[in-house]
Design a protein around this ligand. Structure first.
Ligand SMILES: Cc1ncc(COP(=O)(O)O)c(C=O)c1O
Length: 390
């Protein structure tokens, strides 16, 4: 049977591919260290699980309104001083992003995406018929306003911001955001602000939502967020968009013809997450910060590797340029793909190569894993690197 051009063009998520390969090797009994995961290794806090269980038991097992239960939409809206009719609850932030691109793009419309970028943005833009235009970053992995400006063409419709960033952990300052926002305003572009890692910042830094920082951007901004990373709820599949009402309405209509509402009792769990104690979030954040410091210190001990210190999320984006062109036996390390494949095969360490994030000289290490695993993994990487020749 013939597949559509659209289906043939889709690249499966490289991050999910490596995570599932790592899980498979582990299940075969391999002593594997995985830095692949894009999810917290903590369990969902108990009060959230209890709330979902209680919802199920009291019969919250039917369709809900397509855009989500009233209370959850209200709680999400309240966080951004928005109205509930601006909120669409979806099956994860990924789904919310998908809906947004579908309702905002016509074929040929261009979207600016800063490098390094999360793997799904270009694929989702393409699925909506749009074209991704990548904005180069400086050495500090941030893109300045001049670079954004250079990328604008008459076809540009919008831009994507992701701070704190996956894969770099970079957090944009208020001034940097203001400069990018100014470009968006001058060219009348929509902004998709993916704030899924907002709760995970370090060094006393706070990542404020774009529309809270600059209320004048509300009319052009779709804020994306959800419970996956903040509350260790990746499997629950609850995320949302907060958008101008007409955009939210269109996203709701699209959702009404695709998934309908996200799972009813998962929404009640998400409500408990937002309304309940935030202590577990702080505990997880503190542990991530300790791990961030640990993984940075251990990477400092491997002279061929360098990085920009992440200030948010749970990833270290490592530059492996000095290793390119070196040999392991007969294999030449041409890019991070080759290096990651060798690391997995020979050193039993799973990482994600940077090609999918637009930077093939980099490797993403997720530190959403225990301190012991971080120690073990980095010592394996160090031992492997010294075996390279040339
Ligand atoms: C930058 C970014 N946005 C969105 C998502 C999607 O999160 P969710 O699990 O809510 O779909 C992820 C997940 O890895 C992410 O890294």
């Amino acid at each position: 049977m013939r597949l559509s051009q659209k289906a043939l063009g889709i690249q499966p998520s490289s991050t999910l591919a490596i995570t599932s390969r790592a899980k498979e090797l582990k299940s075969q009994g391999e002593d594997l260290v995985s830095f692949g995961a894009g999810e917290p290794d903590f369990s969902t806090p108990d009060h959230i699980v209890q709330a979902a269980r209680a919802a199920m038991e009291r019969g919250e097992t039917r369709y809900t309104p397509v855009s989500g239960i009233k209370k959850l939409r209200a709680a999400v809206a309240a966080e951004l001083a928005a109205e509930p009719n601006q909120v669409v609850i979806s099956c994860g932030a990924k789904h919310a992003l998908y809906n947004a691109f579908q309702v905002l793009l016509d074929p040929g419309d261009e979207v600016l995406i800063p490098k390094p970028y999360w793997v799904s943005y270009p694929e989702q833009v393409a699925l909506a018929g749009g074209k991704s235009v990548f904005v180069d970053c400086r050495e500090d992995l941030r893109s300045d306003a001049a670079a954004w400006e250079r990328a604008v063409t008459p076809k540009t419709r919008g831009l994507v911001l992701n701070s704190p960033s996956n894969p770099s952990g970079v957090v944009y300052s208020r001034e940097q955001l203001a400069a990018i926002a100014e470009v968006a305003q001058r060219h009348d572009l929509f902004i998709i602000s993916d704030e899924i890692y907002q709760a995970l910042t370090y060094d006393g830094l706070e990542a404020l939502s774009l529309v809270k920082l600059f209320p004048q951007l509300r009319e052009r901004t779709v804020v994306i967020n959800g419970v996956s990373k903040k509350y260790a709820m990746t499997g629950w599949r609850i995320g949302w968009a907060v958008a101008p009402p007409e955009i939210a309405k269109a996203m709701g209509s699209l959702q009404s013809q695709s998934t309908s509402n996200p799972t009813s009792f998962a929404q009640w769990g998400a409500l408990a997450a937002l309304e309940g104690s935030q202590d577990p979030v702080e505990q997880m954040r503190l542990e991530f910060e300790v791990r961030r410091d640990l993984i940075c210190r251990l990477t400092d001990g491997i002279s061929a590797l360098s990085y920009i210190k992440p200030q948010g999320a749970f990833y270290l984006f490592v530059d492996i340029s000095p290793l390119l062109g070196k040999n392991y036996g007969q294999t030449v390390i041409e890019d991070a793909d080759t290096f990651a494949a060798l690391l997995l095969d020979r050193a039993k360490v799973a990482t994600v190569p940077g090609g999918g994030f637009g930077m093939p000289n980099h490797l993403r290490l997720s530190y959403a894993t225990s301190r012991e695993q971080i120690q073990k993994g980095l010592s394996r990487i160090g031992e492997f690197v010294v075996q390279l020749e040339g």
